[in-house]
Design a protein around this ligand. Structure first.
Ligand code: AHM
Ligand code: MG
Length: 337
């Protein structure tokens, strides 16, 4: 039997690949792993402990019930605050970023952005959810507090990114820019163990993933592409948690789309917390991630913390095909005429 490699062992081993690494990133990834285990514990018992429900509602003992996405948010913040490696945090759940004061004499080099519980409407019905994280090196002087520009970085500046999926098993997938690896939580020993080494996305696959309920609200090129997927007898899968949908596509091949709708003219998903980290993972695995303006997601210059984006992501051949549909069928906007 092969010896188990835990997430901590793997991260420490990988640190040697970066000759000038001093262990800060290693420490951060480990702290995120710890936070994920704590969140996983609560997700698993959500049905038992009445942690379900709307934030602010009282539970049976009169305590205030904390919604699970805020719980996950707070746990991640606690773990990162104590790590000493992180000078600032931005979360999909918080309007503004948080500055973390120095721990001891340390000048922390990194900022972390996350979506603490992606697809949180799935919790109440016991369906997969996930955590997404993105790590950047700060741009501002480490002697000063971090500032907004430390967070408004392009995906191409990512130092590391990943996600945790709380599904039938709990898996953490991350990349530091040298391939993608996956770790499955073994509940009997409480450790994430290397289970998917050097993940590669298939060039194409049988799945397409889009909220087809919005079909009539999509632009014509999107409707044509969806018809094309249906003509090819592709299988439609849509979980309502991007992490879960992209996870399937990463392993089995396919395409995930969240285009603009009338309600979300810029797209619904957040560039910094969802699109960039998942595009980084998918690209590292050999896939592609673009928006419906045909820009590579990771090259978009972010202008605000909660900026939204459209996204087309997945197997490279399928994203290219979608790109052709956009080029062929999109109606030029009046401004561009
Ligand atoms: P959340 O992070 O607030 O839970 O919302 C993000 C989610 C994505 O994970 C998912 O793909 C999408 O929103 C679902 O939206 P819709 O219900 O409009 O299809
Ligand atoms: Mg989300």
């Amino acid at each position: 039997m092969n010896r188990i490699i835990t997430l901590d062992e793997f991260i420490i081993h990988r640190q040697k690949d970066f000759p000038y690494a001093s262990g800060e990133l290693t420490g951060l990834l480990r702290d995120i792993g710890v936070a994920a285990k704590i969140v996983n514990r609560e997700v698993n018992k959500a049905g038992l402990v009445n942690i379900l429900g709307v934030e602010g509602a009282a539970n049976a003992s009169g305590d205030e019930v904390q919604k699970l996405d805020m719980y996950a948010n707070d746990k991640l913040i606690d773990c990162l605050k104590n790590s000493g490696e992180c000078c600032g945090i931005a979360s999909e759940e918080l309007e503004d970023f948080i500055e973390i004061p120095h721990v001891g004499s340390k000048d922390a080099k990194y900022v972390v952005l996350f979506d603490p519980l992606d697809g949180s409407s799935n919790i109440d019905v016991n369906v997969s959810v996930g955590t997404i994280f993105a790590i950047y090196r700060r741009k501002s002087d480490p002697k000063n507090p971090c500032d907004l520009n430390d967070f408004l970085q392009k995906g191409t500046d990512l130092v590391a990114a990943g996600y945790v999926i709380y599904g039938t098993s709990t898996i953490m997938v991350y990349s530091t820019g040298r391939g993608v690896n996956g770790f499955t939580l073994d509940p009997s020993i409480g450790e994430f163990c290397l289970s998917h080494r050097d993940i590669k996305i298939p060039d194409r696959g049988d799945y397409y993933s889009v909220n087809q309920g919005y079909y009539l609200k999509f632009d014509v090129e999107m409707r044509r592409y969806i018809d094309y997927c249906s003509d090819l007898n592709l299988r439609l899968r849509y979980i309502g948690s991007m992490v879960s949908d992209v996870h399937r596509i990463l392993f089995q091949g396919g395409i995930f789309l969240y285009p603009n709708t009338r309600k979300y003219p810029q797209g619904k998903l957040r560039l910094l917390y969802e699109c960039n980290p998942l595009a980084f993972i998918v690209e590292q695995a050999g896939g592609k991630g673009i928006n419906t303006r045909l820009e590579r997601i990771m090259e978009v210059e972010p202008k605000e913390l909660h900026e939204r984006s459209t996204i087309v992501i997945g197997s490279p051949d399928m994203v290219e095909e979608m790109q052709n549909f956009i080029q062929r069928y999109s109606v030029p906007s009046i401004n561009a005429m």
